[in-house]
Design a protein around this ligand. Structure first.
Ligand code: FAD
Length: 322
C-alpha cells in the first residue's frame, strides 16, 4: 500500500490559508514516515506558496495550473485535484474543514468511492488503524471514527491541530503541471466581500463576539477597537445579526461559523445552546454580561458581571498598557 499522503492546499488571494499548514501537521500525525505531497491549484505559478508548504512539512508539491483555476469552483478544482489523486494514488488525503473544504471533499470522496471523515479535531494511530475524533450533537459529544477501506480521507477543523514550525532550511521538489480542464458548469463573474477585511474569523486566535446586548451597530465600535488592540477578529451572535447590528458573515454558532480560538470574549451574549455550538471548544472563554444568571457563564473560564459599555473601554485601556 502507498504510504503517500496528499494535502490539498487552500489559497485566498494567492496566499495559502493557515489551515493548510495544520492539515500538513495532521498528515504527519496519520503517518509520520509517509511522504507528504502538497497540491496547490491556480491560474499562474504559485511557486512561493508551494515552497511554504515544504517549509511547513510537505516533502514535495504538485502545483496544478490552468486559467480556469483562477477562482475556486468545485468543478474546476475537482478535476484538477482528481487528476493528481489518480496519478499519485495516495494512502490518505487531508484538507482544511473550511467552506471550500466542505464543498470539495465530499465530491472527491464520492468520485473515489471512499468514506470521508469531516471536521476532525484529533487523530490517534493504533497500529494500522487511524482513529479520528470529531464533534457531534453541536459539540456536546465527540465520536471516534475510522475508515476501514479505500483512501483515508479527512477534513481538519481550523485551529485544532497546530502547524509544524516553519523551517526554511527544508527543501523539496515543486512540480508545476499544466492540466486540461473541461468546460466549467459554473463561472465566477465577480467576488463581493461582505465581511470586514482583517483577521479571518475561522482562523482567528482571538475573537471578540457581540450579542444583542451590544444594542446597535454603533455599539460594536468598541468591540472592533478591542479586537484591534488584541490582534483579533469580531464575531457575533445570531441575535445581533438578526437585529441588523452586523453582517451575517460574522455569525457564530450552529447555523453560523464554528470557531476554536485561543481566546473568545463573549460580550452581551446570553449563551443560547445554538451559540455555544459554534464556540464552546474555544481554549479560553471570557464572558461579559450584566446578568449573573446568563448561561454563557456556565461555559466561561472567566466571567465579568457588568455593563459592557463600561467594561470594554477599561479592557482596551489595560491592554494598551501592555
Ligand atoms: P440575547 O439572548 O437577547 O442575550 C443578550 C444578552 O446581553 C443578555 O444575556 C443580557 O443580559 C446581555 N446584556 C444586555 N445589555 C447588556 C449590557 N449593557 N452589558 C452586558 N450585557 C448585556 N444563535 C447564535 O448565536 N448562533 C447560531 O448559529 C444560531 N443558530 C440558531 C439556529 C436555530 C435553529 C435557532 C432556533 C436559533 C439559533 N440561534 C443562534 C439563536 C439563539 O437561540 C439565540 O436566540 C441567540 O443566540 C441570542 O442571541 P444573544 O445572546 O445575542 O441575545
Amino acid at each position: 500500500m502507498s504510504d503517500k499522503l496528499l494535502v490539498i492546499g487552500e489559497t485566498r488571494d494567492g496566499v495559502l490559508r493557515n489551515v493548510t499548514f495544520e492539515a500538513i501537521a495532521a498528515a504527519k500525525q496519520i503517518n509520520p514516515d509517509g511522504e507528504i505531497v502538497g497540491v496547490i491549484c491556480g491560474e499562474e505559478s504559485l511557486k512561493s506558496q508551494a515552497q511554504e508548504m515544504i517549509y511547513y512539512g510537505a516533502d514535495r508539491v504538485v502545483s496544478v495550473l490552468n486559467e480556469k483555476l483562477k477562482d475556486y469552483t468545485s468543478d474546476g478544482y475537482g478535476q484538477a485535484v482528481l487528476s493528481v489523486i489518480e496519478e499519485e494514488s495516495p494512502y490518505g488525503i487531508v484538507m482544511g474543514h473550511t467552506a471550500v473544504g466542505k464543498d470539495l471533499t465530499p465530491k472527491l470522496a464520492a468520485k473515489l468511492e471512499t468514506g470521508l471523515i469531516s471536521d476532525v479535531t484529533g487523530i490517534d494511530v493504533d497500529g494500522d488503524e487511524v482513529v479520528f475524533t470529531r464533534p457531534i450533537y453541536s459539540g456536546k459529544a465527540f465520536e471516534k471514527k475510522t475508515i476501514t477501506s479505500g483512501v483515508v480521507f479527512a477534513t481538519i477543523r481550523p485551529n485544532n491541530i497546530p502547524a509544524l514550525d516553519h523551517d526554511d532550511s527544508r527543501s523539496g521538489e515543486v512540480d508545476e503541471r499544466e492540466v486540461d480542464i473541461a468546460d466549467l458548469r459554473t463561472v465566477i463573474k465577480e467576488v463581493i466581500r461582505k465581511a470586514s477585511e482583517g483577521v479571518d474569523l475561522s482562523e482567528a486566535n482571538v475573537i471578540i463576539a457581540g450579542g444583542r446586548g451590544v444594542k446597535s451597530a454603533d455599539g460594536f465600535k468598541p468591540l472592533y477597537e478591542l479586537a484591534e488592540v488584541l490582534g483579533g477578529a469580531v464575531g457575533a451572535s445570531r441575535g445581533a445579526c438578526d437585529a441588523d447590528y452586523c453582517d451575517y458573515s460574522l455569525q457564530i454558532g450552529q447555523t453560523g461559523k464554528v470557531v476554536t480560538p485561543d481566546l473568545y470574549i463573549a460580550v452581551g451574549i446570553s449563551g443560547a445552546i445554538q451559540h455555544l455550538a459554534g464556540m464552546s471548544n474555544s481554549k479560553v472563554i471570557v464572558a461579559i454580561n450584566k446578568d449573573p444568571e446568563a448561561n454563557i457563564f456556565n461555559v466561561a473560564d472567566y466571567g465579568i458581571v457588568g455593563d459592557l459599555f463600561e467594561v470594554i473601554p477599561l479592557l482596551i485601556e489595560e491592554v494598551k498598557k501592555i
